[in-house]
Design a protein around this ligand. Structure first.
Ligand code: ADE
Length: 243
């Protein structure tokens, strides 16, 4: 199957994965990032902290593909809920991703990636299904830490990515109106997706909703990151990699 890359934008989002890697993992430092190469729950992996934003995600995805010959990439982390059905503590698995801040009009259509002829990138259906099922099992088993909703749900659909931390109701409303199908907003997924598309590498994106992209987003995001994020990531990925 080849090596799996697991990427996250913040340390807390991948901390439990790094701690769970089998002894003997090698650390390669490239472009100011550490790439942890080894096995995680029996699966050959490279795990890396991308840092926040589209450029950081694209650079990190390019490196894992070119330097570590990965055959699949998973991006994991937090997101702000946009859709009314998506609440804090829910999990969103991307079926499609797009860059909500890409706008080269009038040269190209709104959101279209110039010279690529597309705005949306489809995630790998099989890998996304596995994540969805595992997230469902995790929530059903009551695996979430304190602070997550007891009736949290798993959603699959469109994720909107941009170099903006959305923390104002009016900003979130603009996105909801422009992209009514978008389930959540984050800052890396569609950039990684574009790179995987260009290299023809299957990918998936898993997001835990930490906030509602409103005035409380900063506080909600920070509390979620400190207390809950790591539990979800490891709790959802462990059964999938062990199987
Ligand atoms: N990631 C988590 N919450 C977010 C938000 N409100 N905007 C952008 N990215 C996020």
């Amino acid at each position: 199957m080849g090596r799996l890359a697991i990427l996250g934008a913040l340390h807390e989002e991948i901390a439990d994965l790094l701690a769970a890697m089998d002894p003997g993992a090698a650390v390669h430092r490239i472009a100011m990032r550490d790439f942890h190469v080894g096995t995680l729950w029996g699966t050959p992996c490279v795990i890396a902290l991308s840092r926040i934003g589209k450029v950081a995600a694209a650079a990190t995805a390019s490196i894992v593909i070119r330097e570590f010959q990965v055959s699949r990439v998973i991006f994991t982390g937090l997101a702000g809920g946009l859709h009314e059905a998506v609440d804090v503590g829910d999990v969103v698995i991307a079926s499609t991703l797009m860059q909500h801040d890409m706008d080269a009009r009038p040269l190209f259509g709104q959101h279209e990636i110039p010279l690529l002829g597309r705005a949306c990138f489809e995630s790998d259906a099989a890998l996304s299904r596995l994540l969805q099922d595992s997230a469902q099992d995790f929530l059903r088993a009551g695996g979430m830490a304190d602070g997550a909703r007891a009736n949290a749900r798993v959603h699959a659909g469109l994720i909107a990515t941009g170099d903006v931390f959305v923390n104002r109701v009016d900003e979130a409303q603009v996105l909801r109106k422009r992209l009514p199908d978008a389930l959540c907003v984050e800052m890396e997924g569609a950039a990684m997706a574009q790179i995987c598309y260009e290299f023809d590498i299957p990918f998936a994106v898993m997001r835990v909703v930490s906030d509602r992209a409103d005035h409380a987003a900063k506080a909600d995001f920070t509390a979620f990151l400190e207390n809950v994020a790591r539990v979800y990531t490891a709790g959802i990925l462990a059964p999938l990699l062990k199987s």
